[in-house]
Design a protein around this ligand. Structure first.
Ligand SMILES: [Zn+2]
Length: 181
């Protein structure tokens, strides 16, 4: 919120997070599938996948202004990840995650709120560099982001890890709304 209000001044500030954009350069005939998936993805410089990624990798990590990251980072989640998947409204899931959420006072009636809240927190943490790098493979680079929600029927909060796929140009896409404690 602070940064949003002060958007016009953040470029002048010192100590802002450094961000980089993974850039794949086509040289020769080797096109590593993983490098192609990383092409155009944005990472906090301190929390970027190691580059070069493999022998003869021509990829580079190019600096991007934090203002661009802050102004353009976006999150996307498919509602189906919450209903039917998370809240198991079809009864077809065996993950039992809906039972955890029920303990915390959440049902499918909260699915829209939960989706919006997870997206909000994930964007905030991502642009702050508060994520953990997960598995990278031919489908892309995963990151984990911790979110916190209040217990609806009790006191205190509960926090858990959400799983995301990094997409080009500052987008992250939800893989799993509950990936563990
Ligand atoms: Zn490469």
């Amino acid at each position: 919120m602070y940064y949003k209000r002060c958007f016009g001044t953040i470029q002048k500030g010192a100590g802002l997070p450094s961000w980089v954009k993974w850039t794949h350069h086509s040289e020769g005939e080797t096109h590593c599938e993983e490098c192609l998936m990383l092409d155009g993805c944005w990472f906090s410089k301190r929390n970027a996948p190691p580059c070069p990624h493999h022998p003869y990798c021509h990829c580079t990590l190019d600096p991007i202004p934090y203002a661009v990251v802050f102004g353009n980072a976006s999150v996307y989640s498919d509602y189906g990840k919450f209903d039917p998947y998370l809240f198991n409204t079809t009864g077809l899931q065996t993950h039992n995650k809906e039972k955890l959420f029920k303990e915390w006072g959440y049902t499918v009636d909260d699915a829209r709120w939960l989706q919006a809240e997870i997206e909000r927190q994930a964007r905030e943490r991502y642009v702050s560099g508060q994520y953990e790098l997960g598995k990278l493979n031919m489908f892309g680079q995963r990151i984990n982001i911790r979110v916190t929600i209040p217990k609806k029927d009790g006191f205190g909060d509960v926090s858990f890890v959400t799983g995301w796929m990094v997409k080009p140009n500052g987008q992250i896409k939800l893989n799993t709304p509950y990936g563990g404690k």
